[in-house]
Design a protein around this ligand. Structure first.
Ligand code: IMP
Length: 202
């Protein structure tokens, strides 16, 4: 019998990538939507690792299952590392992905002719069913911000992020390429090794 691993995200884009990258391991991946009345973990920490740990612990205790939680964001050098841990809330609570991309592009334009260096960061925490953290790891993907949004693949800031070594944005590149080089791919590879090498009690 395989063990259950709850994937603690309400973000569909993230959930799809996590399922793609971990779908073949001998754990049963279960979405948070399967659990009624678990509430929502408030992301109040100031680091990706802090928020990933907070979410993994919260949903493990609430569901009595092993949980994998990720926290991620985009850091733009010319904006002093913003939006960073606030990436999901940049442009306000009810804004769309397109609103956040437009705001980011206009904030960079305001800086004048600056370098457009940026990076995505992703932390993943895995908690056991008691809420104890068993694995915490981080992945980074370096790149630059495009001058305009291009492509409709991926999610979030993908149409304005060009990974180093490419000329296309994550919105234009094939999903298979993003899933080889992204911050989330790197961190999930480590999570995957951890989950595969352990023979956890059911
Ligand atoms: P959180 O991890 O739920 O706090 O949300 C992180 C936010 O960063 C997402 O809502 C996206 O806006 C952005 N983000 C994180 N990873 C990616 C990615 O792989 N592509 C595009 N945007 C991302």
């Amino acid at each position: 019998m395989s063990n259950t691993l709850v994937i603690a995200t309400h973000n569909r884009g993230k959930a799809a990538e996590i399922h793609k990258l971990l779908g073949d391991i001998p754990w049963q991946l279960v979405s948070l939507q399967e659990f009624n009345q678990v509430g929502v973990a408030e992301e109040i920490e100031v680091s990706y690792a802090g928020n990933a740990v907070l979410k993994a612990r919260y949903y493990a205790v609430a569901t009595h299952n092993w949980v994998l939680a990720d926290d991620s964001g985009l850091e733009v050098t010319a904006l002093g590392g913003a939006p960073g841990v606030l990436s999901a809330r940049y442009a306000g609570e009810n804004a769309s992905d397109a609103d956040r991309r437009d705001l980011l592009l206009s904030e960079i334009e305001k800086q004048g002719n600056v370098e457009r260096k940026a990076r995505f960061v992703c932390s993943v925490a895995i908690a056991d069913q008691t809420g104890e953290i068993r694995k915490l790891t981080e992945g980074v993907c370096e790149g630059a911000i495009a001058t305009d949004a291009r492509g409709d693949g991926g999610f979030g800031y993908d149409p304005i992020f060009i990974p180093t070594g490419y000329t296309q944005t994550f919105g234009e590149l094939a999903e298979e390429i993003k899933n080889q080089i992204s911050h989330r791919a790197k961190v999930l590879l480590q999570a995957r090794d951890f989950l595969l090498e352990k023979n956890w009690p059911a």
